[in-house]
Design a protein around this ligand. Structure first.
Ligand SMILES: Cc1cc2nc3c(=O)[nH]c(=O)nc-3n(C[C@H](O)[C@H](O)[C@H](O)COP(=O)(O)OP(=O)(O)OC[C@H]3O[C@@H](n4cnc5c(N)ncnc54)[C@H](O)[C@@H]3O)c2cc1C
Length: 292
């Protein structure tokens, strides 16, 4: 059963940071509530103070500039990302990802900041944004800091957010030329979280055959979204072919650190990593060739 709490509505970022400073570990930020309320109803989290940032228009934005890339404020909803023509044009993989994230109702309420801060290893945005080389900006009362999203995830439902810190913004560099990024999850119930997911980014040279760069990120295949770095290294500087992509996918499944739960055994997760990595590498390579 949910415990009583004191509701505090923050009207500015400064006010939210003041509340966080004042109520320290007795408090919890709530934004869309799509993840937090489940934990509160189950009695797993019982904050004395709930600091609502849902209405912070200061953090509700999607901006792009060619030098700085994409900036997404933390209170931006999944639905806003899915519907953004800017995102569709410049980062189509984010629209593909968002379309299959939960139901429309959850996408209307759930925010990108809440999703990342929740630190769920099966969350969809984590692997995609890491494949896109994203950085997150956080702030507390004293200072702001940025860190690669890859370093933001620490363990199951644990992030690098420190006490008193708010996730402010996600920053994504412009996608390099001749680069395509693909993402897919395997799930049993449509629009539910993936049993395993894979994001892959391939950059090709002018011939379309040689791989200049590769990034492979596994979701729900380790306690955090995990780069398959040895697999990536097998591809960099090499001439791509189906055989090599299959071998790289095999390596990615060796690099996975899967867990067993009601959805899948460790072995099945490894199998899925291999299958999805093969598929995403082939898809991103095909798409990258079309960009020459
Ligand atoms: C039925 C259902 C299906 C779902 N399916 C999927 C799915 O397929 N894929 C997927 O990825 N997700 C899925 N989710 C999870 C959902 O996407 C996330 O719950 C949502 O994005 C979280 O955002 P929120 O604003 O609701 O966060 P909240 O629930 O408000 O907060 C979540 C956590 O983040 C913290 N927090 C929130 N914002 C900030 C901030 N700016 N700074 C610091 N801390 C913050 C809160 O304190 C809390 O710990 C599903 C959820 C439901 C209910």
């Amino acid at each position: 059963m949910m415990q009583d709490f004191i509701y505090l509505r923050a009207n500015t970022v400064k006010e939210a940071l003041d509340f966080l400073e004042q109520y320290k570990d007795d408090s919890k930020i709530i934004c869309g509530g799509q993840s937090l309320l489940i934990l509160m109803r189950q009695g797993l989290v019982s904050p004395k103070y709930l600091i609502d940032i849902k209405h912070l228009e200061e953090l509700n934005y999607i901006k792009f500039a060619s030098q700085e890339g994409l900036k997404i404020g933390a209170t931006t909803t999944h639905r806003a990302l899915e519907k953004s023509s800017l995102i569709k044009k410049r980062y189509p993989v984010l629209v593909d990802m968002e379309k299959n994230l939960a139901s429309i109702q959850t996408r209307n309420w759930g925010t990108i900041g809440g999703n990342l801060a929740h630190g769920d290893p099966a969350g969809d945005p984590g692997p995609v944004f890491i494949a896109l080389n994203a950085v997150v900006k956080t702030a507390n009362k004293e200072r702001e800091r940025t860190l690669p999203l890859e370093e933001f995830f620490i363990d199951f439902f644990e992030t690098a957010l420190e006490e008193g810190e708010l996730l402010i913004e996600i920053q994504v560099p412009a996608i390099p030329p001749k680069t395509a990024v693909a993402y897919e999850k395997f799930n049993i119930i449509k629009n539910d979280q993936g049993v395993v997911s894979v994001a892959a980014s391939i950059t090709v040279d002018d011939s379309g055959i040689k791989c200049k760069d590769a990034r492979i990120v596994l979701g729900a295949a380790a306690p955090i979204p995990k780069r398959a770095k040895e697999s990536e290294q097998m591809l960099r500087g090499q001439k791509l072919n189906d055989r090599l992509l299959d071998r790289a996918a095999e390596k990615a499944s060796e690099e996975a650190e899967p867990f067993a739960d009601v959805h899948a055994t460790e072995e099945y997760r490894k199998f899925l990593v291999k299958a999805l990595t093969t598929k995403m590498l082939k898809k991103s390579w095909e798409q990258a060739k079309k960009l020459i």
